[in-house]
Design a protein around this ligand. Structure first.
Ligand code: MG
Length: 317
């Protein structure tokens, strides 16, 4: 394996960012120096993706690089933050230069399209795992947290649900066409960054659906001290999901499958139209799927059936 310094220099030293990137000093010193803009708060989050736990270790390297950053950026989206900077720590066993070059190309491509500057990194030998810290900016007082949902709010979700679980099922069956819509939703999720920013000032609470709709809804409900009623028939299932999983499993995937990286928001009913208009401008749907209630707990869906879905991670039976 080439030395750590060679690897970093070769693959993870992007061209010096321009002054608009807010990086007075980037990769190559002991620390990077960052310059947040006045009036902004920093939103910071870290996610670790482990091979064969969070993603298939035999997926293409460029996909693994893209996805590791995408799932971290999804947390910035859920706060309504604009991505600015990231740090990446990579453990890998392989000393294959070609693998690393592809991994870096996937990572850098999303850095570019999302406006995120890579400002530091670390490469060590170990089982394949990627830790990505993202830093974004949000105007003071405008971040979307989990704690603001109120009784009678509408619960709404961006895009479609169940695609992550559907894509995982397809991968486990041997499907390798990365352009298959469900496989793409699992392996190449699009963090809803513009949507999160557009929902600032409208949503009382927000979260990204990474652990499954029900699990993430429960985070909002717990933080807000409220409950919810869901409308099962309103859940926007990913196209083709019923055909791949069957009707009942498709709904379980939408409720509990995880890896969807859509945004779940709680907002006053009279603002739903405005929220939809803003997201329609981005080509994204926003679907009302239930309401917040003062009584705690979740009603409207079969939670026993949903619980059984947890076994899915171990493989399809
Ligand atoms: Mg999250």
């Amino acid at each position: 394996m080439a030395s750590e310094f060679d690897l970093i220099a070769r693959h993870f030293t992007p061209a010096a960012p321009g002054p608009e990137a807010g990086v007075p000093l980037g990769v190559g010193d002991d620390c990077a120096l960052l310059a947040p803009r006045p009036g902004m708060q920093l939103a910071v989050s870290v996610d670790t993706s482990v091979a064969d736990v969070h993603f298939p270790g035999d997926a293409p390297a460029a996909v693994i690089g893209y996805r590791a950053l995408a799932v971290s950026l999804s947390d910035l989206a859920a706060m309504g933050a604009e991505p600015r900077w990231c740090l990446m720590a990579l453990a890998l066993e392989s000393d294959e230069e070609a693998w690393l070059a592809d991994f870096a190309s996937g990572f850098h491509s999303l850095c570019q399209t999302s406006g995120t500057a890579l400002v530091g990194g670390d490469v060590t030998r170990g089982e394949l795992a990627i830790g990505v810290t993202v830093m974004g900016e949000v105007p003071v007082g405008e971040a979307l947290s989990r704690g603001g949902a109120r009784a009678d709010d509408v619960l709404a979700v961006t895009g479609v649900l169940g695609g992550g679980a559907g894509g995982l099922a397809l991968w486990q069956r041997g499907e390798r066409d990365l352009d298959h819509p469900l496989l793409a939703r699992y392996l190449k999720p699009v963090p809803r960054l513009a949507a999160g920013q557009a929902l600032r000032g409208l949503a009382h609470a927000a979260i990204d659906v990474s652990d499954g709709l029900l699990a993430d809804l429960e985070h909002i409900l717990a933080a807000s001290g409220v409950g919810a009623r869901l409308e099962r028939e309103a859940l926007p299932l990913a196209t083709g999901l019923r055909e791949v999983l069957g009707e009942a499993a498709a709904y379980r995937a939408a409720l509990c499958g995880g890896d969807d990286y859509e945004l779940l928001v709680s907002l006053p009913g009279h603002l739903l139209g405005e929220a939809r208009r803003r997201l329609a401008g981005q080509g994204l749907m926003l679907t009302a799927i239930g309401t917040v209630r003062a009584e705690t707990g979740v009603t409207g869906v079969d939670l026993d059936g949903a619980h059984g879905w947890q076994h899915f991670r171990g493989g399809e039976s």
